[in-house]
Design a protein. Sequence first.
Length: 143
Amino acid sequence: MKKILNDTLFITACILLFALITASPASELVWSPINPNFVGGNYWNGSWLLSQAQAQNSHIRQTASYQEEDLISEFEDNLNRELLDRLATKILDEAFGEDTDVPLADGTYSVGGNTIVIDTSGSQINIEITNGGSSTTITVPYY
């Protein structure tokens, strides 16, 4: 008798649970854009989004007088970058066996306060870059 009562209670509980699950109300999830720039976005959110973006902005606006740089120093920086770029290209061309009009010359180069010593003797290219008290040595093998 106890077994029948337990089975009946279990079946009744399952039927009630199933009835509650199937009868529960549900609706679609509807997404709508917040940003007013998107089609369908609420244009009343524009000022709120702008104020949130300005509050999170950590960049400091630089004035025009701060950004002005001496043309001579700007020219010197551009020239140093171009020289370093060409030197790097020449080293890589030499290391990978590219045919160049002018081969890489051993020697010492001074560019922007840095001293670069290049030695192509042996089976590799040795480059030593000295900036004040620090020194870096780069070894590039021939391929």
